[in-house]
Design a protein around this ligand. Structure first.
Ligand code: PLP
Length: 381
């Protein structure tokens, strides 16, 4: 159990809430979830389903209608041919990490994963005693990877490479040419790719490219995606994996041994989300883009802050080395003295030191107030 990590966002949220109980006004830029409510037609579908008896177990891999809707959606958005037997429905995107790693990674298998990156990758790899190899994501590379660095890290023991684009915590997006170079390495060295595409719909200036769509990659890629971010459904717990059928069978067994299945009404809501109108998603992404521009421009005016323009997700990841403070100390200072909850970049891995992560899934008004508070507090340092 000691090898399992955690997610700092939930800890900082708890500290921020404790300050609020004491009467402090806190602006929340720590937690990674859309501030929008789930679109009404999706909620209506679930309430109707509950009223009409959708209160029983489902097959462990999901109801056929949802597996079909996901297969159709992923086929269309990734330009590949996905059939329902390649789809596993789970309670959120996160369980796909858990199940894929447990199903495929043996002790001392080498796995390359992004750092800074979503903390659960490293946690899961340590849990199964893998040889976890952090792949640095550097500002000098536009918050992307250096393909030569990937190449140098591959050994005969490399079993899996984890990718996340658009990325948490950086908002960085892998270019098609980087994905092609990675695909070439994965095929040559027989490496499985776990492609975390949970932010695939929250992308600003380009079309989404999945590594699974490159020649020879679908059969060695596990796509992780879900409804939490795209449809503002974090609390519903609905996600999925798309993977080769033999991996589906292994994951199905893990589901039978743990969650049994995903909530039935939630799955029916998922069918409606995928097959219903998408206007709310478009509206949300337009709002995120406007907030991104406000926060990045504002951060770059704060002394000691330097922030690249993120291309996807809803996070800004400024470098704060110029403030002379360590990331965690600065995040604590901003929470306690300025009433702004942010996360230390180091909470996402050692290469995140020198950065803060700010979620801009908040109103423009709150973002502007937070920027004023951060600016004033940093000038007092
Ligand atoms: N992958 C990444 C990169 C994330 O940032 C998150 C949530 O923050 C997840 C997966 C998990 O999503 P879910 O809430 O659907 O489990």
């Amino acid at each position: 159990m000691e090898r399992l990590g955690t997610e700092t966002a939930f800890e900082v949220l708890a500290r921020a809430k404790a300050l609020e109980v004491q009467g402090r006004d806190i602006i929340h830029l720590e937690i990674g979830e859309p501030d929008f409510d789930t679109p009404k037609h999706i909620i209506d579908e679930a309430t109707q389903a509950l009223n009409h008896g959708a209160t029983h177990y489902t097959p462990s891999t999901g109801i056929p209608e949802l597996r079909q809707a996901i297969a159709d959606d992923v086929s269309r958005t990734r330009g590949i041919r996905v059939t329902p037997d390649m789809v596993v429905v789970v309670p959120g995107g996160k369980p796909i990490m858990f199940f894929a790693v447990i199903a495929l990674i043996e002790r001392l298998d080498s796995v390359i994963y992004p750092n800074p990156g979503f903390p659960i990758y490293e946690s899961m790899l340590n849990f199964v005693s893998a040889d976890a190899r952090p792949l640095p994501i550097r500002m000098e590379h536009g918050l992307s990877i250096d393909i030569d660095e990937v190449r140098a890290m591959i050994t005969p023991h490399t079993k899996m490479l984890i990718l996340n684009s658009p990325a948490n915590p950086t908002g960085g997006v892998l270019s098609r040419s980087d994905l092609e170079a990675i695909a070439e390495l994965a095929i040559r060295h027989d490496i499985i790719v776990l492609s975390d595409e949970i932010y695939s719909c929250i992308l600003y200036d380009q079309e989404f490219v999945s590594i699974a769509s490159l020649p020879g990659m679908q059969e060695r890629t596990i796509i992780l995606d879900g409804f939490s971010k795209t449809y503002a459904m974090t609390g519903w717990r609905l996600g999925y994996g798309v993977m080769p059928v033999n991996v589906v069978q292994a994951v199905s067994r893990l589901i039978s041994n743990s969650t049994s299945c995903t909530a039935t009404a939630t799955q029916l809501a998922g069918v409606r989300a995928l097959t219903g109108p998408q206007d709310d998603v478009d509206k949300m992404v337009r709002a995120f883009r406007q907030r991104r521009d406000v926060i990045v421009n504002g951060l770059n005016r704060i002394p000691g802050f330097k922030c690249l323009m993120p291309q996807g997700a809803f996070y800004a990841f400024p470098n704060i080395v110029g403030t002379g403070r360590k990331s965690k100390a600065l995040a604590n200072y901003l929470l306690n003295k300025a009433g702004v909850a942010t996360l230390s970049g180091a909470a996402f891995g050692s290469y995140g030191e020198g950065f803060l992560r700010l979620s801009y899934a908040n109103s423009v008004n709150n973002i502007e107030r937070a920027l004023d508070r951060i600016d004033a507090a940093v000038r007092r340092l």
